[in-house]
Write a protein that binds this ligand. Structure first.
Ligand SMILES: NC(=O)c1ccc[n+]([C@@H]2O[C@H](COP(=O)([O-])OP(=O)(O)OC[C@H]3O[C@@H](n4cnc5c(N)ncnc54)[C@H](OP(=O)(O)O)[C@@H]3O)[C@@H](O)[C@H]2O)c1
Length: 327
């Protein structure tokens, strides 16, 4: 099967559905609004959908499955993830079946390992199991997430008939991974799928010292600290200036800028307005002057270097399973 990302089929911006799980992101939206917003996005040019078995303890996949009843499955590229604690040679078979059942589909386009498996997992056998899922037609392409340069290189060596086609990592204008990871991915056709492309809402410019986001998940996001709100204020001001001159939203400027960096941003959304802005960003192109002013602001603020590892690999799966209930 051809590389999923090399034939120009995937839209330049995708959509993330952690928020669709309706847990941990505040109580200012509900099932109906998020389903309608999801359908709007995929009917308006966004064809890449990211989910995971752990989002809302399966609820994100369930709501996508419901939405698919009135959408054309074959026009949508569905990517889901096996939780790191289920990424073992035998458990992946159970996980994919659970995802397919909740999504009400018979294959996923891209199956990703959510984070680096524990040191007690036989990695070689795990990747052979991933290939078996592909041979059985349950998945079309293999991807990973939050993999470091070393782990990505090692894992690639275990595959026999397939390639790792993507690594989903935290990436946005102000938070970026190490250069060695990016250059390895570029030279091996491994697509960078950018999670947190809006800095969990930080880059929308709507938050301030007095107005911080609701919901438990963002309580631990250091971007919303007073220190970082102050640090990145010059950048947010620049983004606001560009957006008001162009007559579009700050979020759209951010997504258009990121899409031009050869990554695939997958912004999360909670309502119709956000879905409209996200799909509207597909048509926005920035001039070199606009890009230059963003880059000049970044020279002032600097960029945060993020490390990819999510849970230390030394922690056994049973403990990570409990820890991730609090995500
Ligand atoms: N692989 C991984 O380990 C991993 C980790 C995290 C996320 N992800 C994936 O990446 C996706 C996105 O990343 P993320 O969840 O970290 O967050 P994000 O996309 O950076 O931010 C999403 C939040 O931004 C706000 N927002 C969205 N559109 C907006 C708009 N037009 N105007 C103003 N605010 C807007 C919304 O929150 P408010 O309205 O409440 O501000 C929304 O919940 C997730 O849904 C998930 O699929 C993967």
């Amino acid at each position: 099967m051809n590389n999923l990302f090399s034939n120009g089929v995937v839209s330049s911006i995708g959509i993330g559905t952690w928020q669709m799980g309706l847990k941990g992101w505040g109580k200012d939206y509900d099932e109906n609004s998020v389903i309608e917003a999801f359908k709007y996005a995929v009917n308006n040019g966004i064809n890449f959908v990211d989910t995971a078995e752990i989002y809302g303890a399966g609820n994100s996949e369930i709501l996508i499955g419901q939405s698919l009843e009135t959408l054309e499955r074959k026009n949508i590229i569905i990517a889901t993830k096996v939780a790191g604690y289920n990424a073992t040679p035998s458990r992946v078979f159970k996980s994919i079946k659970g995802s397919l059942r909740r999504l009400r589909i018979d294959y996923v386009d891209l199956y990703q390992i959510h984070w680096e498996p524990s040191i007690y997992t036989n990695l070689e056998e795990l990747f052979h199991s991933m290939e078996k899922l592909a041979k059985e037609g349950l998945i079309n392409h293999i991807g990973v997430s939050n993999f470091s340069y070393e782990m990505l290189k090692r894992a690639s060596g275990y595959l026999r008939d397939h390639n790792i086609e993507s690594n989903q990592i935290k990436f946005n204008i102000v938070e970026r991974p190490d250069d060695d990871l990016i250059s390895y991915m570029n030279s091996n056709d491994i697509k960078l799928i950018a999670w947190s492309p809006l800095g969990q809402g930080f880059l929308s410019g709507k938050y301030s010292f007095r107005q911080k986001p609701k919901g438990g998940i963002r309580k631990v996001n250091y971007l919303f600290s007073d220190k970082n709100l102050k640090r990145f204020d010059p950048l947010l001001k620049t983004l606001k200036e560009i957006s008001s001159k162009k007559g579009v939203s700050v979020t759209q400027i951010v997504l258009a800028y990121e899409a031009e960096l050869n990554v695939l941003p997958i912004p999360g959304f909670k309502n119709m307005k956000q879905a409209e802005e996200i799909s509207g960003a597909l048509k926005i192109h920035l001039t070199s002057e606009e890009k230059n002013s963003i880059e000049k602001s970044l020279e002032v603020t600097g960029i945060i270097n993020v490390k990819e590892t999510m849970f230390p690999r030394i922690i056994p799966n049973t403990i990570v399973r409990v820890m991730s209930l609090f995500l």
